[in-house]
Design a protein around this ligand. Structure first.
Ligand code: GLA
Length: 426
């Protein structure tokens, strides 16, 4: 591969490798190689993944990248350009040694350790390697930098284990969604966030000019053209990072499970002949009509949580229909509704996210905006007519700091491919 066509973070990782790992090529068991995977945005379908529902993400043109060489032993040594720090762990003794090793390494390296642990649990043999990690997915900024890191790790293990296993469609050891599932477990074990499969699936399944409609229950997916040349996907980062977000996330998950159980019980009590109700496992299985009928018997908080999820799942299907009909303007309108639900019913927004969405609402040519990802910080996603991007950017500059005391940053993203790698000759 011509190195001039490589993505900037991949190039950077390759350039940085000799600066951080000094041994000459002869002491390694492979030539220099690089592996990478993208972050994601989600058009609609927030918090629906762990409720067995639909999501509609795209992988984006921002990646986490590894460049390195295979070692002759079972050690993994990493240098993160972002944190300016080394980390090291051993593949020997995994999965048993996972928890003990996790406590000894920095947070970012835990994801890489977590992925090794899941691969080894899946009976895959790995080799040690040295690598530099770079990336241009904003860390903690709502574009799933951690999923990009996990999926890039999986791709790096495949590469540096001399392809003892492979990731991909046809005849690969792991399909993209199997890889996503392993990376999701790695995320949960590394961070304690009981995340769904949205982020890792989007990273693994990415394709240029395509959105991915994923059914998080059956794991069936299909691609939707997403290439209106007149509309940009604009991501605006609030600059807010909240440590407590993961406990609130896990709490939402529990509330959804509780709401499911209660509604199921209510249906079974009131409709003894409804045999289908016995198979209700998640909010995904409850229809809007059933919810309307029984919601009055739920505690207020569960009513709100379940109401949001059931409506959001419907919103995904509406957006899909509209995009398929080429009605992006109408699709955009649904994003505003998604935000209102996340703010008022699911209560995972925050002042800064609300301010960004309010600012966007006043800019003509913004078709829709909403907070994206887990919430409590991170970013908003905005569908914006190209000619309105500058106006949006100016409006954010003018009003965001004044209203929040913070600085926002703006990115334009394109739908991009999933994980990949390159191996050089020497
Ligand atoms: C985080 C999680 C995902 C998903 C989103 C909310 O990004 O990692 O699994 O639940 O929040 O949609």
């Amino acid at each position: 591969m011509d190195s001039t066509t490589l993505l900037p973070p991949v190039k950077e990782a390759i350039e940085q490798f000799p600066h951080h790992f000094h041994e000459d090529a002869a002491s390694y068991a492979s030539p220099l190689g690089a592996a990478w995977a993208p972050g994601r945005v989600n058009l609609i379908g927030e918090h629906t993944d762990y409720n067995g529902g639909y999501v509609l993400p795209l992988a984006v043109d921002r990646v986490s990248a590894f460049a390195g060489r295979t070692r002759n032993d079972q050690t993994v040594r990493l240098w993160s350009t972002h944190f300016n720090a080394y980390a090291q762990f051993s593949l020997a003794g995994l999965p048993e040694s996972f928890e003990e090793q996790r406590e000894k390494i920095p947070g970012w390296a835990r994801y890489v350790l977590g992925v090794a642990t899941e691969l080894i649990k899946a009976n895959i043999t790995l080799k040690g390697f040295d690598a530099v990690i770079t990336g241009d997915v904003p860390l903690g900024g709502g574009m799933s930098s951690s999923a990009a890191l996990e999926v890039a790790s999986a791709q790096a293990y495949a590469l540096f284990s001399n392809h003892s296993f492979s990731i991909g469609e046809d005849n690969a050891t792991l399909t993209p969604l199997e890889t996503a599932g392993l990376c999701q477990k790695a995320e949960q074990n590394a961070s304690g966030l009981m995340s769904g499969i949205l982020d890792q699936a989007a990273s693994c399944l990415g394709q240029p000019r395509k959105a991915i409609l994923l059914d998080c229950r059956s794991l069936e997916y299909r691609y939707l053209p997403f290439e209106d040349p007149g509309v940009s996907v604009v991501v605006i980062d609030t600059g807010v990072r909240r440590e407590l977000a993961s406990s609130a996330y896990n709490e939402r998950r529990k509330q959804c499970e509780e709401a499911t159980q209660r509604i199921r019980t209510l249906i079974l009590e009131n409709e003894p002949d409804n045999t289908e109700a016995r198979s209700i496992k998640a909010l995904r299985d409850i229809t809007p009509e059933q919810f309307e009928q029984y919601k009055g018997q739920l505690p207020q908080i569960l009513q709100q949580r379940a109401g949001y999820i059931i409506a959001e799942n419907e919103r995904v299907l509406q957006v899909v229909k509209l995009l398929e009909a080429g009605k992006i303007e109408e699709a955009g309108k649904i994003l505003w509704l998604g935000h209102a639900g996340l703010r008022d019913e699911y209560e995972v927004s925050c002042k800064e996210l609300d301010v960004l969405v309010d600012i966007a609402r006043d800019v003509p040519g913004v078709l829709g905006a909403r907070m994206m990802g887990g919430g409590f910080g991170g970013c908003t996603i905005n569908l914006v007519r190209n000619e309105a991007v500058d106006a949006l950017s100016q409006a954010v500059e003018r009003h965001y700091q004044e209203r929040t005391g913070r600085q926002a940053s703006i990115d334009i993203c394109r739908a991009a491919a999933g994980p990949s790698y390159v191996l050089f000759e020497n």
